[in-house]
Structure formats: C-alpha cells, structure tokens
Design a protein around this ligand. Structure first.
Ligand code: PGA
Length: 239
C-alpha cells in the first residue's frame, strides 16, 4: 500500500511566499499538507495532487466560539483531513472527550480525523505506553463507531518524548504499538491506517516501514518545513 506522508507545519512558515514554495515542493499524491489556518488558501491554490489538511477543528458547529473554526468551514475550503489529539493541544487542556467530539464533528462533514496518540517519557519508562494509547483510542473509536463514521479515521502514533526532540523510537517498538492500535481498532470493527510521528526525517523514516511493518506512513513536523527533506521523502516513499 502506498504510504501516507502527512506534513504538519504547526505555526510555520511566517509568510505566504514561503508557504507557497513549500506547498509546491510537497505537491505529490499521497501527501497531506496541514498548514496553519491563515495559510490554507495559499496552500490550496498550489496543490494539484496532494490533499489539504487542517491542524485543528472546533467540536461545535458554529456560534459564539471565539477563535474556533467549524468543520463546515473546513469542508468549504476542501480540507480532507484534520489533526485531532495532537500532544501539543492535549498539553493545552484538551482531553479524550473533547478530542473525540472534534473527530466526530469532522467525520460528520466527511473530513478524515487524523487522531494522534502517544505516551510521555515517564509513561514509557513505567511501561505504560499500551495502557495510555489504548485509553486515548477507545473514547474516539467508540464515539465514531456508534455513528458508523470510523472508516474515515487515521491514527498517528507519536511518542511525546520523540516529538521535536531528535529522539527516535525503535522501529520494532513503534510497530509493536501500531499492532496494538490495530487490534484495539478491530474490536470496534475499524481498520485505520497507522502513521508514525516524532522527529521523522528522510534519513530515519525508511527504518519504520518495511515488508512486515504495520505502520503505513508518517506524520512529519520539523522536516516537512525543509524542501530538500520533503523531496527526499517523496522520492523514497511515493515515486
Ligand atoms: P516533529 O513533529 O517531526 O517535529 O517531531 C511531529 C509532530 O508533532 O506531528
């Protein structure tokens, strides 16, 4: 199966010109670009093959929610996927219930939620990664499954300690957790694609995906802001 390269730009770049250049470099089938909201238009105009994503969505449909963006607004912009449950948003107070409502609202509009799960460094040291990830998955699987919307879901396993740190999880550990994710999903009759994220670069990505691996793509932050890295990953996985 063709891998998915999900490029999470976070709060970058700072100008429309840079965004346009980066989007042009990322434009390949199998890529999903997640720009910050104000740059979505610029990126949309550049993409002909890659899909457009958003980094967040409101759990509400509309109304008095200052600073929020509704799933319907995203749909009107041709956004096909939205990140939910990223650790950088969980750190701001988003809990599993809110993450699940965001995923549900997005899925109701036909937008695929890209659900991020992963344990902290302390949780990994205590051997709690399976417990933490399973808890994060179940609330979302349950809510989406009840409405028959789970088929739109993708999952990214991102150990928090590997995000933006240059630390890499061992490929066999990452694939072991990916297998557990699929097993939990199966219990809800769901079969999501599972991506890996956390300091992925063109030099390290190849170790995670092989003949027998469960992972089928990457959620890339820092490296997705470097056109050369982007080109290398596209050449290795998509061409
Ligand atoms: P990183 O970010 O590749 O910079 O570690 C990944 C992510 O947070 O999605």
């Amino acid at each position: 199966m063709r891998p998915i390269l999900a490029f999470n730009w976070k709060m970058n770049p700072q100008t429309e010109e840079e965004a346009a250049r980066l989007a042009a470099a990322s434009d390949e089938t199998g890529v999903i670009v997640f720009p910050p909201f104000p740059l979505i238009h610029v990126v949309r105009n550049q993409l002909t093959k890659a899909m457009l994503g958003a980094q967040d969505v409101s759990a509400a449909d509309g109304g008095a929610h200052t600073g929020e963006v509704s799933p319907e607004m995203l749909k009107a912009l041709n956004v096909s996927s939205v990140i939910v449950g990223h650790s950088e948003r969980r750190k701001l107070g988003e809990d599993d219930a809110l993450v699940a409502s965001k995923a549900l609202q997005a899925a109701r509009q036909g937008i695929s939620p890209l659900l991020c799960v992963g344990e902290s460094e302390a949780e990994r040291s205590d051997g709690l990664e399976v417990e933490v990830v399973t808890r994060q998955l179940k609330t979302v699987f349950d809510l989406l499954g009840r409405e028959g919307l789970g088929s739109r879901l993708m999952v990214a396993y991102e150990p928090i300690w590997a995000i933006g740190t240059g630390e890499n999880d061992a490929p066999e550990d990452a694939n072991r957790v990916a297998e557990i994710i699929l097993k939990v999903a199966e219990g809800f009759n769901l079969f999501p694609r599972v991506l890996y994220g956390g300091s992925v670069t063109s030099a390290t990505a190849g170790r995670y995906i092989g003949k027998h691996s469960t992972l089928s793509g990457f959620l890339v932050g820092g490296a997705s802001l470097k056109p050369e890295e982007v080109r290398n990953m596209i050449t290795e996985f998509l061409l």
